[in-house]
Design a protein around this ligand. Sequence first.
Ligand code: LR7
Ligand code: MN
Length: 580
Amino acid sequence: KNRSEASFSSLAQQRATVSHTNHILAGGLKSTKISLNAKVQQEELNQRHTKALSPKDSKMHQVLRIDQTLSPRDPKAPGQFGRPVAVPQGKEKEAERRWKEGNFNVYLSDLIPVDRAIEDTRPIGCAKQLVHNNLPTTSVIMCFVDEVWSTLLRSVHSVLNRSPPHLIKEILLVDDCSSKDYLKDNLDKYMSQFPKVRILRLKERHGLIRARLAGARIATGDVLTFLDSHVECNIGWLEPLLERVYLSRKKVACPVIEVINDKDMSYMTVDNFQRGVFVWPLNFAWRTIPPDVIAKNNIKETDVIRCPVMAGGLFSIDKNYFYELGTYDPGLDVWGGENMELSFKVWMCGGEIEIIPCSRVGHIFRGDNPYSFPKDRMKTVERNLVRVAEVWLDEYKELFYGHEENLIDQGLDVGNLTQQRELRKKLNCKSFKWYLENVFPDLKAPIVRAGGVLINMALGKCLSIENTTAILEDCDGSSKLQQFNYTWLRLIKHGEQCLAPVPEQGALRLLPCDNRNKGLKWVHKSASAFRSELVDHIVSGNYHELLCLEGIFSQKTLKVAACDPKKPYQKWKFENNFEV
Ligand code: LR7
Ligand code: MN
């Protein structure tokens, strides 16, 4: 793809101004259609109108192209232009040995220039977009713990080389108590050639959340731009982010996160139209906007994408707004969950989260964290998520807990939540229900993950109700008696009644639903296929043998029996699977 920029006549420039304004209006409206209701759309439109009509708007320029891609310092160097690199013959052992220093190909990272060129992966049209002349300045904050030397340097160089200097107030490197010697004197010495780079050393390990907060406290720019310490900012990455924050200080702008391949260090682009979402129990995921939605709303590659959740590591936020929101919950430890917290907080308390397709930053995705956790990794993330759920999810927190037994009931100490709950009240934030309905309405399965008729795969018969007992019948999708929902709380619901095993008799019955009654919970092995439905049933306080729902051949009935993956009569499938 040739993405070289066309030269611009002043007439063309004028036209571009108009079309850009239109683009802002149209783009904003279009993307709101996907995720917001009419009222919010209207607010958005009004806001854009006021901005677009303000006199400031006549003072715009084309996104500055500040980089040396066309004439890199060393065009023949390995990895130049983001190309893949192979480990030289005879060096395989060394490369393998060094992998664990960063859980990616550290050997190759050291081989390629710290200021290599990468391909301009922006969609066509981005280079011609206009941004305001008087954009706010930013402090770039990069926290790191034991980051690989060449990777950290490449991250810093990419910011310095591809950002308009007048917009970078400073680059704050926050050393979260690294143990590596090269990150001490050597780093100070290296960075001393760049007056804008400041290094903040934390005396003890803060974890990335509190390390970011330590950086934010000393930042002097108008906007905070957080980045991971193993990134490469692409051409024109910064101005489109700051432009969004300038248009509305409550916009939190994220770049498209592209991929620096962990094995060959190539810079790879990603699919367009990706949104950040969560799936229960609060896991981050990317989801592509469905093609029919794109077509119907005529969404363009360059249009801003509103996201229910941000990935977490890379975003720009107005500094004062960040503080108004009460920053992150400082009670979050080390790693994880803070992206959920900030996303819910931003949306529920009046802000927006957007991905800006014209801003692109590569990130090394690694299989595992290359640093140690002060406490167990799983437990740390779990505890952080419980804090988020307890403060922000309202009645929906049951859905989060539905996957595990209630962690707080189990005595997990998540610390004090009073301040966070008071903050939410003080900010007058909306409910999680509002968030689901308005920001993430396409989460089809906030409560129900599968439903319709429940078919026994071997018998081709469906679960039905006769009086109050469960039976098997010929499938009939229109029969109310055959309608069941499988919820995230693991209940198989028929109206307000729930399917329950009677283990002593190997039979089944319907009982009033109760989220807390473990005897009503059904687990299935494979989340998507609805294969064997295992009953994780507790008898007199002890975990009993696993019991499975089983159809009985030649009889109009069913039972619970010891699970056996080989038994076809134990395989069930719901008509509809709503999981995103
Ligand atoms: O204790 C720590 N102290 C730190 O300073 C742990 C980490 N860190 C630093 C670390 O050196 C790195 O620069 O914090 C940064 C993020 O840590 P990573 O790179 O180990 O995180 P990640 O990329 O695996 O995870 C994503 O989710 C995290 C959840 O807490 C953070 O929000 C990361 O910033 C985030 N990364 C991204 O969003 C990039 C895209 C990944 C995706 C999807
Ligand atoms: Mn990372």
